[in-house]
Design a protein around this ligand. Structure first.
Ligand code: COA
Length: 257
């Protein structure tokens, strides 16, 4: 397997526990903001786990207090000024709907931007009470991504999806559970143990039957893939807009004033 070793200074830590592959965001000083390199590493880890018969379940975790603060805004500003997008983000977004093995996530604290929309591709998400799910796309001059403009209304209805994706409302863990974005709430001390116990249960099931069931529940991925592509095109245009540039620069400048 080509996943990177589990060294403490990598921003995505990849490890194995039995038949479970764990990818963990590990950039706590930046609240786990995701850089292009981190997207590439996560993509590689998930891809490796898919092709390795020894892996039966994927798990994604963050750090205490921060699942992730979303895409690195310095990267967004770089896209906005140079026009250089790279393929790392889109590569991951294209992979998510194609995963055949179950994907379980555990959230404690901040889950912003893709830190929220990622769970729409997960099969089971557990989160602590203090977690906050938020997508400030419009406030940043951007649009919804990761297929969330299709998945969220189907999951929670138009009005809650609009509150999440357009109004940029904070969703508590309870609201996220009520909206069907996450499966259930866990105590902080028990979160990762419960995530792993859930993944263990999935890993012990007959893998072919489980993969078929996941495929049936997810349905035809054609419309989702088309929506991800449509969103990505709009998103790339929006990154270069005056609205987005102003929002990124305001974030970068906020500690100076
Ligand atoms: N991109 C880049 N850096 C980020 C970041 C992001 N998305 N989120 C946080 N950081 C950095 C901060 O700049 C800060 O870095 P510094 O210590 O070098 O100044 C560090 O992480 C800690 O963040 P800070 O803002 O001091 O913590 P906080 O607890 O006051 O606020 C957030 C945390 C996440 C609410 C706030 O940082 C934030 O709003 N981030 C942007 C979230 C966002 O818009 N993401 C994109 C979604 S599409």
């Amino acid at each position: 397997m080509s996943a990177q070793p589990d060294t403490s200074d990598a921003h995505i830590l990849v490890s194995r526990e039995g038949a479970i592959q764990i990818a963990r965001f590990n950039r706590p000083d930046k609240k786990n903001a995701i850089t292009r390199a981190m997207y590439a590493d996560l993509n590689r880890a998930l891809g490796d786990g898919e092709t390795d018969d020894a892996v039966r379940c994927h798990v994604i975790l963050g750090q205490p207090g921060a699942f992730t603060s979303g895409n690195d805004l310095a990267d967004f500003l770089a896209f906005a000024t140079t026009g250089e997008m790279g393929t790392e983000v889109l590569d991951l977004l294209r992979l998510l709907p194609r995963l055949q093995k179950p994907l379980v996530s555990g959230v404690d604290g901040l889950a912003i931007g893709i830190g929220t929309t990622l769970h729409m591709h997960c099969d089971l998400t557990l989160a602590t009470e203090r977690s906050v799910f938020k997508t400030p796309f419009v406030d940043l001059g951007l649009v919804a991504e990761a297929g969330s403009s299709l998945l969220a209304p189907a999951m929670m209805g138009h009005q809650r999806a609009f509150a999440l994706l357009a109004l940029g409302e904070d969703f508590t863990a309870r609201q996220a559970a009520d909206a069907g974005l996450i499966w259930k709430i866990a105590d902080e001390a028990a979160l990762e143990g419960e995530v792993m116990a859930t993944a263990d249960r999935l890993a012990a099931k007959p893998p072919e039957a489980l993969a078929l069931t996941k495929r049936l529940l997810k349905g035809d991925r054609g419309p989702l893939e088309a929506r991800i592509a449509e969103e990505a095109e709009l998103f790339a245009d929006r990154l270069k807009s005056d609205e987005a540039r102003a929002a990124f620069m305001a974030f970068m400048a906020r500690k100076v004033s």
